[in-house]
Design a protein around this ligand. Sequence first.
Ligand code: PLP
Length: 399
Amino acid sequence: MVRINESFLSMKKNYLFIDIAKRLAAYRQTHPDKELIRMGIGDVTRPLAPVVVEAMKKAADEMGRAETFRGYEDSGTGYDFLKNAIAEYYRSFGADVKADEIRINDGAKADCGNITDIFGNGNTVLVTDPAYPVYVDTNLMCGREVTYIDSNEGNGFAAMPDKSIHADIIYLCSPNNPTGSAYTREQLEEWVAYAIENEAVIIYDSAYEAFISDEDIPRSIFCIKGARKCAIEMCSLSKTAGFTGTRCGYTVIPDELIVRASDGSEVCLADLWARRQGSKFNGVSYPVQRAAEAVFTPTGQAQIKENIEYYKENARIIADTLDSLGISYTGGKNSPYIWMKCPKGMGGWEYFDYLLNNIQVVGTPGEGFGRNGAGYFRLTAFSTHEKTAEAMRRLRSIS
Ligand code: PLP
């Protein structure tokens, strides 16, 4: 008889956004004439930068000619042209990363989940709560327990290490999804010191680094001394350059990240990951990697910055509205997310229904991101200016 992975049975039935989509589909059926404004899901709306599209077209043409056609990429870890461009990008903000420590993937979500393969089951996995659900779900799928550390109003929704708790694997996300908070250099130094003290590994998700405006907020964990000995970083072009439908990201595992096996021998985590990827992943398509390379050219950087500024303007529109309504929130400055406290003591799902039914504005209930999300609501800045302004006009109308 076949045996299933029963860990799935103890998990919530649906991924958060599937639940939301179902509620919206039901609402649309009963209210076909109402125009919804979606400020919930973290998907971008601006098109790809022209230089990116050109690079992809050129690469597609190359694939159509025998002399420039490419099949499997030899290493499966990404072409040197892209890894070199990313290493150069890291250098531009003072992070110490070598090209051959970078592995190209088809978006950060897969690696965020797949990284569980290289760690054993006895680890204490520490996740800041609330969090991007993938960190928790993928550990639960392996039958692992997760320990939570609170991000809450008291710490500006940016949890800091609790020295009384031991951790082996620590998930950090900065700028944070969903809370929009971003760790300062000093805060990251504290996390790195804690990880080294615990002989732990930090899995650092920097998917929103491109939204950082403050100078004292590092763009990478590798801007912090000691991080090369204790951290893996995952980043993505999804929000940086509108690649949600194009799919490209990268994972950095430094050579210096060495851990001990149970027999006391030293193991380089990059080697384990290479072994895992060698068996389970065949790389990212050539046209997508050429498109990604174009993001890191001076023209590419200028063009994607225009889109990021566009979203940041939306974040300002939202933040100004909440300020004027006296609603407290985090995020919106170094992040495309605004994490607001639900008015009148409402719970997140209650507020979701309230906004949907009264003004047809859709956000994401904080409860979907963890226990500390109760009574909070996530709005995103990824819509158009027009829709963002209209959503905020509607919000004022009921406040
Ligand atoms: N990490 C965080 C924090 C995210 O919010 C997302 C997407 O929303 C991802 C990773 C995954 O992005 P992708 O798989 O599109 O690269």
